[in-house]
Design a protein around this ligand. Structure first.
Ligand code: NAP
Length: 242
């Protein structure tokens, strides 16, 4: 059986991605860091719709937690493997650079870049060896492409993910594993709820924030058979805001 793992699947984009992938008949593993109640809610929604979902708590930035959780899952599922990985977990700690505390710099890089590395490296061997291929979708951001004042930590982390996506795509292509990145603009989630939405909407050619479900549609396409020949791409989903 081929499973999907969505990091940060308890809320926002990850939640919508879990629900969408499950609706395609893929059993989904919902990773979260601390918000167990939100993760359970996602699982219950999927079960109510007839899908398959389970929870897996770990901090993507903690190598030991990542390794132990994924090794335990593999032991319990000797005939299965995680064929779809959505590296979605992310945090913002905005500040102008000259006032940025060390911790805010390191936390954002740790979750986004190290988290991507730890989880992806752990799953790649099975994905590449099983011969059935796999899909890796990395959540980057408009901020990683064009930069955004007050986000040097976040932009650096998201730009790193773009570089890693392009390199890993070339490493994994011969094993039928595709690696792509999705770069959302402003999407309505907990992460953006403190932003002045009315002001920012005016900057977006479509005059609105995107919906998590719209991002989930794109991720689902990249995970589908139809996207088998797309790899190393960064796909923007931003209502025309570049
Ligand atoms: P969100 O609503 O704040 O949700 C973040 C999710 O990530 C939660 O499920 C959270 O788990 C999880 N998470 C955070 N740190 C984690 C860690 N160390 N280990 C495991 N899980 C962790 O954020 P979002 O808006 O959905 O964003 C999802 C991704 O899209 C992020 O990578 C973000 O940078 C990117 N993005 C978002 C936007 C936007 O406008 N919203 C735009 C561009 C890119 P808990 O529930 O346990 O806290």
């Amino acid at each position: 059986m081929k499973y999907a793992l969505v990091t940060g699947g308890s809320r926002g984009l990850g939640r919508a991605i879990c629900i969408k992938l499950a609706s395609m008949g893929i059993p989904v593993i919902i990773n979260y860091q601390s918000n167990g109640a939100a993760a359970e809610e996602v699982r219950d929604i999927i079960h109510a719709a007839g899908g398959e979902a389970s929870l897996m708590q770990f901090n993507v930035a903690d190598l030991q937690q990542v390794t132990e959780s994924l090794e335990a899952w593999e032991k319990e599922h000797p005939d299965d493997y995680i064929a779809y990985l959505v590296n979605n977990a992310g945090i913002r700690r905005d500040n102008v650079m000259f006032m940025m505390p060390d911790k805010d710099w390191h936390d954002v890089l740790d979750v986004t870049v190290n988290g991507f590395f730890y989880v992806t490296r752990a799953l790649l061997p099975k994905m590449m060896m099983r011969g059935h291929g796999g899909r890796i979708v990395n959540m980057t951001s408009l901020s990683g492409l064009k930069g955004m004042a007050g986000q040097t930590n976040y932009s650096a982390a998201k730009a790193a993910i773009i570089g890693a996506t392009r390199s890993l795509a070339q490493e994994a292509a011969a094993r039928k594993v595709t690696v792509n990145a999705v770069a959302p603009g402003f999407i309505e989630t907990d992460m953006t709820k403190d932003l002045p939405q009315d002001e920012l909407k005016k900057l977006v050619p479509m005059k609105r924030f995107g919906k998590a479900e719209e991002v989930a549609e794109l991720v689902a396409f990249l995970c589908s058979e139809g996207a088998a020949y797309i790899t190393g791409e960064v796909i923007n989903i931003n209502g025309g805001l570049y």
